[in-house]
Design a protein around this ligand. Sequence first.
Ligand code: KIV
Ligand code: ZN
Length: 511
Amino acid sequence: MSRQLIIFDTTLRDGEQSPGASMTKEEKLRIARQLEKLGVDVIEAGFAAASPGDADAINSIAKVIENATICSLARANERDVRAAGEAIQPAKHGRIHTFIATSPIHMEKKLRMSPDEVVERAVAAVKLALEYTDDVEFSAEDAVRSEMDFLVRVFDEVIKAGAKTLNVPDTVGYSIPFLWGDRFKQLIARVPNSDKVIWSTHCHNDLGMASANSLAAVMNGARQVECTINGLGERAGNAALEEIVMAVRTRRDIFDFDCRIDAAQIVPTSKLVSSITGYPVQPNKAIVGANAFAHESGIHQDGVLKHRETYEIMRAEDVGWGANKMVMGKHSGRAAFRARLQELGIVLENEEAVNAAFARFKELADKKHEIFDEDLQALVSEGEVQQISEHYSLTSMRAHSETGILPTALVTLTVGGLAKHAEAQGGGPVDATFKAIEIIASSGTELQLYSVNNITSGTDAQGEVTVRLSKGGRVVNGQGADTDIVVASAKAYLNALNKLHSNEEKAHPQI
Ligand code: KIV
Ligand code: ZN
């Protein structure tokens, strides 16, 4: 019987540390629900002490997730551990993940602590965390550059203190597979009682080897892999969940493990994370890239047609590609709509939300006669987008483009209850639309990213637009979907402005 590999997803914590990938509580909840559906064992939902918003998001996720363990990160100090303990308190299964750096460079230059102090802090943090949960994980940050003897000492002490999972991070993405595997082999051989704990690997992708290093660790005794959807994460990112899971599944001859992941949910999860964070997936990305299963050369196409396995080691449909199902059209009724949402695992808060989503569905069905699952997902996202208090909303717009003439846009917004109009010219209709919105909003923001993805195929597909705006150091992503990409762009821009506005209101309630 194959053994269980624990999949620890840190998209909502390390993934969120990607520049510009910060998410609202509602967005995090949506991703957490999808991660649960995907079947991950642990969801690292955030870093409670980082901000009250982070603690609140972890707490809300802990209230709704049933099966996965909900984890909060905490530095090895009292304030962080208590914040983590309180945030995970409603979880059915809660974990505190405490860490401290153990490499000479980090201890000396960053922490300014002696090795003895570091050991003392690690032990104290684990003991304090045990007051909140018996599921405590300890990470030796920058383990990759830590001295082996010192790592053995720290891990020995935290096991004695009660840690159940020991995480060995390649914080700076410096290792290579055979060295990383060897590190696990040595640690497991040398740390007393190493068989009483779970060994975990956490790799960053600075040299493009995060997944390979993680798998080398698995081959040498790691039983938990920390990873993120699409490999999102600090700098070059973390090991990609989809790569780890499919490597283990596809090479069962090498890895005698299994995990609880429902692989058919991989692509939907990847798309959701990409659309919420605004991080597009590169077309040639393994498993989840648009071309991952596309065969261009005639020789390959011929081979695949004769016998699929000549050039394919995995089936696209097994990881959730091609599940584009034509679900409904404009004649579909409420009951069918509700049933399909349920099948997709989409939970709407109340009857009012179902009614609003159904109204949007009918509107869309008038413009596009085939409605796919992805369209329904976008409809629901749109509903969530509208839940953010709408200081700015789109009343109407008209954009004009014609060869030889500068494009123009005329936009009417409702701003704090008042109708406002503006007209502008731009390099294209989207540029003109954003300029018209800015004439009204004068937001002082900087556009950092604009991306459009088609939700399904065909020229009548909805375009899903992500806009990233920054202002005074704060970065937000806005999303919008519509069959008209200029309208989708306006919605995405306004969604981002509304997020910034609601943050400003929280910071300065008198405004
Ligand atoms: O990369 C890292 O070292 C981390 C730790 C906090 C686990 O993310
Ligand atoms: Zn990390």
